[in-house]
Design a protein around this ligand. Structure first.
Ligand SMILES: Cc1cc2nc3c(=O)[nH]c(=O)nc-3n(C[C@H](O)[C@H](O)[C@H](O)COP(=O)(O)O)c2cc1C
Length: 370
């Protein structure tokens, strides 16, 4: 019977445990979106994860989601990622990269003054959508997203190609895999939503057409990476960032069926509504488990005991933890010891320096200090 400490096969890759690190934006790259040495240290500290899914990373300048989040579209960014990946590998870890395009969840900035791009330029209640960025005084804070405009077909095709280029760069610097961020109301999710996607061309209308953008991005990534090393994160039932869908089942059933047909490596189910007290894990599993035959990773509000039970009963194959990894760089050891677990400091989530980022002690360090 598998448990959290069992190995897991991901394509040709053997992962040493099933305690994955969920992608976590921390906005500690430079304003030019270059990964920093502080980020290398952060991931090296967490090399004990079965797989680290490194934070959402912009595939192109027009992605423009949140300032000081990394990119993988300039030479400088790519070189910095190489150092980071080498560091994690030297520490014995495995690391994949989450590829991101903010779509309408972005704000005009000095870097990119043009309006954000989205499937149909739906901007109802856009001020309620917030992103992290610099204000006119240069202070890093939450600000409202800016009104977006509908993408042309040429822009859609360029963006799909950008996901392919980002996957190639990720493979060249040595990442063990790549994940498409199709959850939480960002661009691929915006295309899946009938509310945000009101197109009447090949990319909108039927559930199949709305799934095309995510599928084409996935195919562009698979052209650069073995399919078994490519994953996708979805959150079909979430209303986060306004990606509403009164009936996501037909769209996601089609999407997941296609992902399985392409031999995609893993599917991560982000239970984003749990923040509002509603758990969608069971309905996400009944939607995907019968269709997708690769590893399914559950995420969102899961404690280690529940994770252990879910894996032992075969409901899922691995768990990705977010806040637990933030605050416990030695999470597998702590789970093995039955805790205790440190709590992540919320005000240090986004931006700033190494405090609240790289200074959480391991169990041994905490015991020595006591
Ligand atoms: C500070 C912070 C940053 C996050 N960044 C990302 C991200 O880059 N990509 C993503 O898909 N989800 C992101 N999430 C969501 C997490 O991956 C995860 O779904 C969430 O923390 C719930 O899991 P947990 O209960 O184990 O913490 C973020 C969450 C937090 C709190």
């Amino acid at each position: 019977m598998a448990d959290l400490f069992s190995t897991l096969q991901l394509g040709d890759l053997t992962l040493s445990n099933r305690i994955w690190m969920a992608p976590l934006t921390r906005s500690r790259a430079t304003p030019e979106r270059v990964p920093t040495p502080m980020m290398t240290e952060h991931y090296v500290q967490r090399a004990g994860a079965g797989l680290i899914i490194a934070e959402a990373t912009n595939v192109a300048l027009r992605s423009n989601a949140w300032e000081c989040t990394p990119g993988i579209f300039t030479d400088e960014q790519i070189q910095a990622w190489r150092l980071l990946v080498d560091g994690v590998h030297l520490a014995g870890g495995k690391i994949a990269l989450q590829l991101w395009h903010g779509g309408r969840v972005a704000a005009d900035s000095r870097e990119q003054p043009d309006p954000p791009l989205s499937p149909s330029g739906v901007n109802d209640n856009i001020e309620a959508i917030t992103v992290w960025g610099c204000d006119e005084q240069g202070i890093f804070r939450k600000k409202s997203a800016s009104p977006s405009r509908a993408m042309t077909v040429a822009e859609i095709e360029d963006t799909i190609a950008a996901f392919g280029r980002a996957a190639r760069a990720a493979r060249e610097v040595g990442f063990d895999g790549v994940q498409l961020h199709a959850a939480n109301g960002y661009l691929p999710h915006q295309f899946l939503s009938p509310y945000l996607n009101q197109r009447s061309d090949d990319y909108g209308g039927s559930p199949q057409a709305r799934a095309q953008f995510a599928l084409r991005c996935m195919r562009a990534m698979i052209a650069e990476f073995p399919a078994g090393r490519v994953g996708m994160r979805i959150s079909p039932f979430t209303t986060f960032n306004g990606a509403l869908d009164p009936d996501p089942v037909p769209t996601y059933r089609y999407l997941v069926d296609e992902l399985a047909r392409h031999g995609m490596g893993w599917l991560e189910l982000a239970d984003t509504n749990f923040w509002a007290g509603q758990f969608d894990r069971d309905q996400m599993l009944s939607l995907t488990r019968p269709v997708f035959d690769g590893p399914i990773i559950a995420n969102g509000g899961i404690d280690p005991e529940t994770a252990q039970t879910l894996i032992r009963q075969g409901s899922i194959d691995a768990v990705s933890f977010g806040r637990l990894w933030m605050a416990n760089p030695d999470l597998p050891e702590r789970i093995h010891a039955g805790g205790p677990y440190q709590k992540a400091i919320t005000r240090r989530f986004y931006g700033g320096g190494p405090d609240g980022y790289n200074d959480y002690p391991t169990l041994a360090q905490a015991q020595n200090a006591a």
